[in-house]
Every structure is written in C-alpha cells, then in structure tokens.
Design a protein around this ligand. Structure first.
Ligand SMILES: [Zn+2]
Length: 344
C-alpha cells in the first residue's frame, strides 16, 4: 500500500463523516495504552513490543494471536475512571482528527466485565459520562450500541438483553457479534425482535468471513433477527440474489476495508468488493471496526476507498450521507450536528 495514504490533509479528509461501526473497546489512543499498561503488569519497552502486544498490522495468521491482543487491551478497561476517559478520548479524536459528526460506538458488557469488578450499570454509566463530556465540548452526536456475544450461550445473554431493555433510553441499538461459523444466530431472534419492538435499532455482524454460507447468514440476520443494518456483509457480493434483496430493501452494509483485509475476509485491499456493491446500488457505509488495534481511522478508510478502490469524492460523500441517514441516533439529535439535510 502507498504510504501517501498516511500523510497530509486531503480533500477526502475534509468530508464530514458519520461512523456506524466502531468497537469502543478496541479504539484506545496509543498514548493512553502506554500510560495505562504498566499499571496492569504490562511493561512496554519499545515501539516494537507495543505493536506486538496491542496492534494487528498484517493479515492475521491464526485466531489465537489476535485474541491475545484483544485480551491485553481488555485488561486495561479495569475501572469506571478508565472507561470514562477512553470514551471521551474516542469521541474527541473522532471529531478533531477524522471529521466525524455522527458516531455510533458499540461495546459488549460481557467482554468489558471479564476479570474486572464492575457491574454492567457501572460500566455503562462511566461510558456515558465520557460521551456526555465530549458532546458538551464538540458538535458531535454519539450513540451507543450494546453487543450480544454470539459465542456465549443464549441463556447467558438474557441478562444482557434485560440490561439493554432497562437502559433503552441510553442505547440506540443492539448488535450480535463474534464468529458465525458454528454459532447459529437464530436462537437469539426472540430477544432481538423484542428489542426492535421497544424501539432499538438492530444491526447484526454477518457475512464477514468468506464462508460459503455467508450470504445465507446475512439473509437470516435480516429475515429472522430483524436486522436494519448489517455489520460487514461484505460476502454478499458472492450471491447475486442476496445482493439484489439487500439493495432493494435498502439495508445498509457497515463495510470496514482495513478490518476485512486484516481478518482475511478479503485477500487484499484492492480486491475489496465495496465499489462493486456501491455501483450495484447497495447502501454502502464506510467504517473502521477497531481503529486502535488496526492502526486506522475513518479518514484512512475513505482514502483507501478513493485511492485503491476508485470511488470519487462524490461517491464518498454519498457513503457518508447514507451513514448519517441510517444512524440509529434520533433524527433531531443528528440534525443539530450534520451540515446537510437528512432524509430520515
Ligand atoms: Zn465489528
């Protein structure tokens, strides 16, 4: 990849953006990681060591190495004070460095909670404090999505669904994440349908890995779980019929090019089907997924779409507008920060 992607302010950077798919747990500032790590027994002596423990910069070879990096970052999310701080910093960086005005952040209470002495309520209120502080300082609208982990038994997720329902005024949506292979989404359907009925947005991680059943799983997410957006969905380009249905129903894909390359969802950035999907008429949005651990940001993803995938500036502006219009954040709140009219 050309290094010019990394340097200098470009026209792409000036586009006002909306981000729909960003995991709060994996977008810490590097400086913050350096500062916090020693407190949790992680001594970092060099940049190399930092990269080895906290970043994924090359397509991953095996899942174990990646999971260890996730877990090292997770160790740092140990107190309400830290959660408040990182939540504020994520929003501040998004506004100042990436031109983001509408930002949806998602987190899994079950992931943050592991090994830490915090209740879901303590976790959630700390994150909200960080976000509220940022919203008071900058013209940015932020919304939180609660993640249910597909790899956990459905019965263990009931507690998380109860928590979401009890806090539906401070969440904008619910998501189902983790590996799809071997973990059927359908048993979660009654809970997602109940959340949708209660007014929460539904987005489902689906069609990410290049599995033959990926397009079918995307259809399950839409038809069985009631998904209004698809997290990734990148593999639907393999099935014309599914691509057509997703296009005709206007269901946006939350595409994340760098993430898809690093997790081997696509062989290389230049092979990413984002432009093919866009040209076909699918509602495409551009996102970062885990910008901290993948060393990316939304400007960089837009530049990849411009410089490697060949989208025009107008195309990129359309993707940003699609994201702004399909955000689950209430329309009145989005209108206050978005410079163009919003159709929905
Ligand atoms: Zn994701």
């Amino acid at each position: 990849m050309s290094k010019t992607l990394l340097w200098g302010m470009s026209t792409v950077d000036k586009i006002v953006k909306a981000e729909l798919h960003r995991h709060l747990e994996l977008c810490l500032r590097p400086d913050t990681i350096w500062e916090l790590a020693p407190q949790f027994g992680i001594q970092l002596k060099s940049q190399r060591e930092f990269q080895d423990r906290f970043m994924i910069l090359e397509p991953m070879k095996d899942l174990g190495t990646v999971l260890n990096k996730f877990l090292d970052t997770q160790k740092l999310l140990a107190t309400p004070e830290i959660l408040e701080r990182i939540s504020f910093e994520v929003c501040e960086d998004a506004y100042k460095n990436e031109g983001i005005r509408i930002l949806e952040l998602r987190y899994a209470p079950t992931f943050i909670e592991m090994g830490h002495k915090m209740t879901y309520e303590q976790i959630h209120s700390a994150i909200l404090r960080g976000i509220e502080k940022a919203e008071a300082m900058y013209p940015i609208a932020v919304g939180l999505i609660c993640i249910i982990q597909r790899i956990l038994p459905v019965k263990d997720s009931v507690k998380v669904f109860d928590f979401v329902m009890a806090n539906k005024d401070t969440f904008v949506g619910v998501d189902l994440a983790d590996n799809e292979e071997g973990f059927d989404s359908k048993p979660f359907a009654p809970y997602f349908l109940a959340a949708k009925k209660a007014g929460l947005g539904i987005t489902i991680h689906s069609g990410e890995a290049p599995h033959p059943k990926a397009p079918k799983w995307v259809m399950d997410a839409v038809e069985v779980l009631g998904a209004q957006r698809i997290g990734h969905g990148v593999q639907i380009y393999r099935d014309e019929n599914v691509m057509q249905i997703i296009r005709d129903r206007g269901i946006p894909l939350e595409l994340c090019p760098t993430s898809n390359m690093l997790t081997n969802a696509v062989p290389d950035l230049k092979d990413h089907p984002l432009k093919k999907l866009f040209d076909y008429g699918v509602a495409v949005t551009i996102n970062t997924d885990d910008p901290g651990i993948f060393n990316t940001n939304l400007n960089r993803e837009y530049r990849i779409c411009r410089e490697i995938l060949g989208l025009s500036i107008e195309d990129l502006e359309k993707c940003a507008q699609t994201a702004a219009e399909h955000s689950f954040i209430p329309l009145a709140k989005r209108k206050k920060v978005w410079p163009k009219p919003l159709a929905r």
